[in-house]
Design a protein around this ligand. Structure first.
Ligand SMILES: *[C@@H]1O[C@H](CO)[C@@H](O)[C@H](O)[C@H]1NC(C)=O
Ligand SMILES: *[C@@H]1O[C@H](CO)[C@@H](O)[C@H](O)[C@H]1NC(C)=O
Ligand SMILES: *[C@@H]1O[C@H](CO)[C@@H](O)[C@H](O)[C@H]1NC(C)=O
Ligand SMILES: *[C@@H]1O[C@H](CO)[C@@H](O)[C@H](O)[C@H]1NC(C)=O
Ligand SMILES: *[C@@H]1O[C@H](CO)[C@@H](O)[C@H](O)[C@H]1NC(C)=O
Ligand SMILES: *[C@@H]1O[C@H](CO)[C@@H](O)[C@H](O)[C@H]1NC(C)=O
Length: 451
């Protein structure tokens, strides 16, 4: 009897301890919800450095109950997009943790899974304005408790990007920053600024496009718009429908992975202002003069370093290329080639850089390049790795013409210039490139001569 009482009180204590440590997170829904459809309900889940892995569900009106929701700190909202199956985004916990490693902020996950989960995309779109109005009221409550609008950063993914825009417009554009990760296109493309995200929605709006031909938005929407790999197809993503659901979401989701890489400072991705991806690949957009000593903007979390210039320029469209896997950053070189063959020749080039057993590869094949006698042909080579102290270089030329007999490109000079370290150009003079045969050489310092 006594033993029983003793045990049951122990059990009660245990239950209390469990309750105290219970963590909240975004609500997991399922396909049944998606079939029936869900109506809008907004949950706000708070994470801080004191509580990185354990979320706290926050009241919309009474903030006094959460001592660790310190409004002297900045606040970062993460706003997810359409959830066709009701699942929690796979990147969510990484996102929270990487943000908190990077900056002492309140991370508030805006869980509108009730509202976003629906087999019918258009129903989810209908909920974006309501979600924004609800969030606006919450931010106004934060303001009453001492938060400043300029210390608020909203990061919106897909539909979440437009929700961020609506919230920003409700608050007259005075929140500090909106980062839009592949803002949704369907139902928003072509609509007027008040019906979508635009650059007047926050003091600074930065936008990444990764799937403009399908789920994303094609036109620029912010002060700076980044088009990763042209914004259409991302390397490493499946190109056919036989790959299942990743065929639909891989390009779109890549926006989150690229942004997280920048939060994690995995590597630096320089973005070049350009009017089109073709011009970018042709190497026509390497001038960064308008940004002075800072150089061209770096994609991602740290682009705020360029904020003043970007605001002055009003709208800047930029491009960069990436690798297919993390770390996504590639290393850019300008390659100048001069030949002395009598006739002009078109072809493709593959270049490898070697150093101490590692190898970086760049293939320049988006279109054939034209080589002309005694004229410098400027190529843009993006290597999958950054190689320090290049020991050897391999070059292979291919004319893409299977019928002609083996042809030789007579190279008078090839010069490779690292775009970040311009002072250390690598050269080689007088090499013979037999078609489809790799030629390897040791580069030497370039001579300051003009041919
Ligand atoms: C926001 O949504 C929550 C839950 O869906 C609700 O409790 C709250 O009253 C809403 N606030 C406003 C201002 O609509
Ligand atoms: C962390 O979150 C849990 C659950 O909401 C809460 O009980 C606990 O007090 C929080 N810890 C801190 C240090 O705020
Ligand atoms: C709230 O954050 C500010 C700024 O980081 C800090 O100075 C202050 O001590 C914090 N207050 C509490 C109660 O933790
Ligand atoms: C935004 O502007 C409207 C109309 O001028 C005003 O009523 C409202 O209080 C302003 N809100 C903020 C957050 O400045
Ligand atoms: C963050 O960077 C570290 C290396 O600096 C890497 O090991 C880790 O996988 C990265 N995390 C994510 C989520 O990218
Ligand atoms: C070259 O690589 C080897 C092993 O991979 C390493 O031990 C050595 O320190 C490297 N040398 C240089 C100069 O990086």
């Amino acid at each position: 009897m006594f033993l029983w009482q003793y045990l049951s009180s122990l059990l009660l204590i245990a239950v209390h301890i469990c309750e105290a440590q219970e963590c909240d997170q975004m609500k997991r829904l399922n396909l049944a919800h998606a079939f029936i459809g869900t109506s809008l309900r907004i949950r706000l889940v708070l994470y801080t450095r004191e509580n990185v892995t354990c979320g706290t569900l926050v009241s919309h009106t009474d903030l006094s109950a959460y001592p660790h929701f310190n409004l002297s700190r900045p606040t970062t909202f993460i706003i997810h997009g359409y959830r066709p199956t009701g699942s929690i985004p796979t990147w969510m916990q990484d996102f929270i943790e990487l943000m908190l490693v990077r900056i002492d902020t309140n991370v508030v996950v805006v869980d509108w899974n009730y509202g976003a989960t629906n087999l019918n995309y258009f129903k989810s779109v209908e909920n974006t304005q309501g979600a924004a109005d609800n969030l606006t009221a919450f931010i106004e409550t934060m303001q009453k408790h001492g938060a400043s609008l300029s210390s608020i950063h909203m990061i919106g993914i897909s539909l979440g990007a437009h929700i961020s825009g609506f919230v920003g417009a409700n608050l007259n554009g005075s929140i500090g920053r909106i980062t839009a990760l592949d803002p949704a296109g369907p139902q928003f493309t072509g609509s007027p600024p008040q019906d979508r995200l635009d650059s007047s929605d926050a003091q600074f709006v930065d936008v990444l496009h990764t799937d403009i031909d399908s789920l994303g938005y094609r036109e620029p929407l912010g002060h700076i718009d980044f088009y990763a790999n042209g914004g259409t197809d991302q390397p490493g993503c499946p190109k056919t429908i036989f790959s299942g659901s990743s065929y639909f979401k891989c390009d779109h989701q890549r926006s989150v992975l690229l942004f997280l890489g920048s939060v994690n400072q995995t590597c630096v991705i320089r973005a070049f202002p350009c009017s089109s991806y073709t011009d970018f690949l042709d190497g026509k957009c390497q001038s960064c003069d308008q940004f002075g000593a800072a150089g061209c903007p770096v994609f991602g979390y740290d682009v705020t370093r360029w904020k003043d210039t970007l605001l002055r320029l009003r709208q800047t469209k930029t491009f960069f290329s990436t690798n297919s896997k993390s770390p996504f950053c590639s290393t850019s070189y300008r390659v100048d080639v001069m030949i002395w063959n009598m006739n002009n020749h078109r072809g493709y080039m593959t270049i490898k850089l070697h150093s101490n057993g590692t190898e970086a590869v760049a293939t320049i094949d988006h279109k054939s390049s034209e080589f002309m006698k005694y004229t410098e042909t400027k190529l843009f080579a993006q290597f999958d790795k950054d190689i320090q102290s290049v020991e050897k270089v391999s070059v292979m030329f291919s004319a893409g013409d299977v019928f002609k007999p083996k042809f030789k490109l007579r190279v008078l000079r090839i010069r490779l210039t690292h775009l970040e370290l311009k002072e250390t150009a690598l050269c080689r003079y007088d090499i013979l490139l037999e078609e489809k045969t790799e030629v390897t050489f040791r580069p030497i310092p370039c001579e300051e001569s003009n041919f």
